[in-house]
Design a binder for this molecule. Structure first.
Ligand code: CA
Length: 708
């Protein structure tokens, strides 16, 4: 054992030396990634030191070996197969020849960035039952590195510091204020001034959002900032947010807003501004979504759907900008934030740019939070624009669905979700993975909170999945994905590309006049950054949603991306193309690369498997209500799965009442993440879910027999 450890240490040591020799960079692997190197990340284009490539989070690789002229020769350098069909959303970090990346269920791996040789793996062994609380798949968006350590936020709330050389745990701390609440971590931590900063998610199910900073060496908590007020009966939190909550936030809420947690989770963007020494956090949606239920339809509900600027050392409030006051559509503003200096009306302005779910592209003066400009980048039925004097959206009267339902665009999946956008200082364009996904919003009559389950206050059954193939196709045709090259000064697109479906990958811009993006259909592509001309494409054999990165080892430029389909859209919607579940992969490309993926087999679908039992229409209707409010959020609306999780219409258990009960009621598959739903539903109710899914299976079987 001891000898094995020593051999591993020696091997790792030699790899670090080799990495240093070829990259010629300062320091020595992650051990040398100190505050100065992080601040100077843009001066090291051969490495990818932070989540967004540098503190500016522009995701711009200043490398020119791969260019618009030669990208046609790009080929696979190496690939590594992963162990799961769940979504892969991570941004790999690359330091002096070593890649650190995460995979679903918060696992971490260190790889030789030139060869793909696995150096170590770390599995935090997250209890799979936590997966039920993950609104949008059990994904992880990556690690942060600093001074010989690799930091990961685990789905179950642990923030874990690993030894970068060995993958061994150095410290671990529980970041959830209450582990019994349905919090989850999917976002990447950031290291800022010796602090590790992490937020969490869970606002669909009912939590109160916050962000916490920990000492990177000891793991001790330094400060915590709650984004929304708590239960006034419990008094102040004793946290740095108390003063600003009392001064600004509390009066903007009404009713018993604390009952559902309030929401406002900081589940993605956490960005450090090294020029102004400020930290920007993107704050998520309200919980429950419906403002009528959450806050009696009154008040702006600060700091929901806002960017909040804090002092990084103390967490003290500096300023905020709220894009969607009184949000009621799941319009998070936690989407990626990127920093730059733009020439606006002849003057250089230090700005932050953000394109949150609500469909507006915001350019904000980061010195004071003043809105400079905002323009819609996707179809918007909820608002007509933004009043630049007040910074508030000009809402359409019916958009709040106070009496009737309303078809809202964009919707909960966002005109832009977490998929990172990139910015090229050479073209001055932002490369934005946008989408068009409408949702019909209608208040859920007789809403009752269910602890630990989804609590939206929106009647999802008012978005029925049509049985008629022509109607189905008509809705599917409305769903689009786009790659938009957005000019943030002129606030309009320079060019755009339309995809068949939404939920495409994050983007990478490079100095080779290129933009790289994977898409939900499984193509990893390169476009000319100035014109959008498609120059290169690679079949990943699975949908790609993660953002690519680029780096150099030994004088060779590589482009890397995590492939592996998943996340909110394929889990929850009915209109995605059905596909076979495939394990994810790390894919790495270089000029002249000749590696090959194994030949993909044609998708094999089990036959639809309707039960022979005679269910009553009342059973089917009851099952529909339960299924669409609970099961369909992971197994697909209308029981249409897109393959990330099993298609229940084809499940062997569907035809057998006992087998169904063993799984759905008794939790037989909880080790896979399929927990028991006995907490919320009786055996009879879960049997009516079988009735509904069985009915859907019967319809599918009929359609397949008719060749539709
Ligand atoms: Ca949300």
């Amino acid at each position: 054992m001891m000898r094995k450890m020593m051999a591993a240490a020696l091997l790792t040591g030699s790899m670090l030396v080799a990495g240093l020799a070829v990259s010629g960079g300062p320091g020595s692997g992650v051990r040398g990634v100190d505050a100065q190197r992080l601040a100077n990340a843009r001066g090291e284009p051969g490495n990818w030191l932070t989540h967004g490539g540098s503190y500016f989070e522009q995701r711009f690789a200043d490398l020119t070996q791969i260019t618009a002229d030669n990208v046609g020769r790009l080929g696979l350098a190496w690939s590594v197969d992963l162990d799961t069909t769940r979504g892969q959303e991570a941004t790999p970090i690359v330091v002096d020849g070593t890649m650190y990346t995460t995979t679903a269920w918060s696992k971490v791996m260190a790889l030789d960035a030139a060869t793909g040789r696995v150096k170590w793996k770390f599995d935090p062994k997250v209890d799979k039952a936590r997966g039920q609380a993950a609104c949008c798949d059990v994904v992880n968006r990556g690690v942060a590195v600093w001074n010989g350590m690799v930091f990961v936020g685990a789905l179950d709330g642990r923030l874990i510091a690993l030894d970068a050389a060995t993958g061994r745990v150095k410290w671990s701390t529980q970041t959830f204020v209450d582990v019994d609440k349905p919090y989850t971590i999917t976002g990447a931590p950031r290291v800022v001034k010796g602090l590790v900063i992490i937020g969490n998610g869970g606002a669909e199910l009912g939590v109160r959002g916050y962000v916490t900073a920990y000492d990177a060496v000891t793991g001790k908590k330094k400060w915590r900032f709650f984004t929304v007020p708590g239960d006034p009966a419990k008094g102040p939190d004793g946290e740095v947010s108390d003063a600003v909550i009392a001064a600004k936030s509390r009066g903007t809420w009404d009713g018993q807003y604390w009952a559902g947690g309030g929401g406002g989770t900081v589940w993605d963007a956490i960005v450090y501004d090294q020029e102004l020494d400020q930290l920007y956090i993107g704050v998520g949606n309200g919980s429950p979504w419906n403002h009528q239920i959450r806050s009696n339809g009154k008040g702006d509900n600060l700091f929901l759907s806002s960017v909040v600027a804090l002092k990084p050392d103390s967490g003290e409030y500096l300023w905020h900008y709220q894009g969607t006051p009184g949000e009621t559509w799941d319009f998070t503003q936690t989407q990626p934030i990127l920093l730059s200096t733009l020439m606006i009306e002849g003057k250089p302005r230090k700005v932050l740019m953000q394109a949150p779910k609500n469909g507006f592209f915001y350019v904000i003066d980061r010195a004071n939070g003043q809105l400079i400009s905002a323009k819609g980048f996707a179809t918007q039925t909820w608002a007509k624009g933004v009043d630049l004097k007040t910074g508030r959206p000009i809402e359409v009267e019916e958009a709040r669905f106070r009496k009737d339902g309303f078809l809202v665009m964009p919707s909960a999946l966002g005109a832009h979700n977490w998929h990172p956008m990139s910015f090229s200082p050479r073209t001055g364009l932002v490369y934005l993975p946008a989408q068009e996904v409408p949702l019909f919003y209608k208040t859920e009559e007789g809403f009752k909170r269910r602890e630990g389950a989804w609590n939206l206050g929106i009647d999802l059954l008012s978005n029925p999945v049509p049985d008629d193939p022509a109607q189905f196709k008509a809705i599917k045709a409305m769903l689009k994905g786009k790659l938009i090259a957005w000019d943030p000064v002129a606030q309009k697109p320079a060019w755009e590309i339309t995809y068949d479906g939404p939920w495409n990958g994050g983007t990478l811009a490079t100095a080779g006049n290129l933009v790289f993006q994977g898409n939900g259909g499984g193509a990893v592509q390169a476009f000319k950054a100035t014109t959008g001309e498609k120059l290169w494409s690679f079949d990943a054999q699975t949908g790609v949603i993660a953002p690519p990165v680029s780096y150099m080892v030994g004088g060779v430029q590589y482009v890397a991306v995590m492939a592996g389909y998943g996340g909110a859209y394929p889990l929850s919607t009915a209109f995605d193309d059905p596909r076979e579940a495939r394990n994810g992969r790390v894919l790495v490309f270089k000029l002249g690369g000749t590696a090959r993926l194994p030949k993909a087999t044609a998708p094999q679908f089990a036959p639809a498997n309707p039960p022979a039992d005679a269910f009553t229409p009342a059973q089917i209707a009851e099952g529909a209500g339960i299924y669409e409010a609970t099961c369909g959020l992971c197994h697909g609306a209308g029981a249409h799965s897109s393959g990330v999780l099993p298609d229940l219409r084809r499940s062997g258990a569907l035809a057998d009442a006992e087998a169904w009960k063993a799984i759905v009621h008794d939790g037989a598959l909880k080790a896979n993440g399929m927990i028991s739903f006995a907490k919320w539903y009786s055996p009879a109710q879960l049997e009516s879910v079988r009735a509904y899914v069985g009915d859907q299976a019967r319809k599918l079987k009929a359609r397949e027999a008719a060749g539709r």
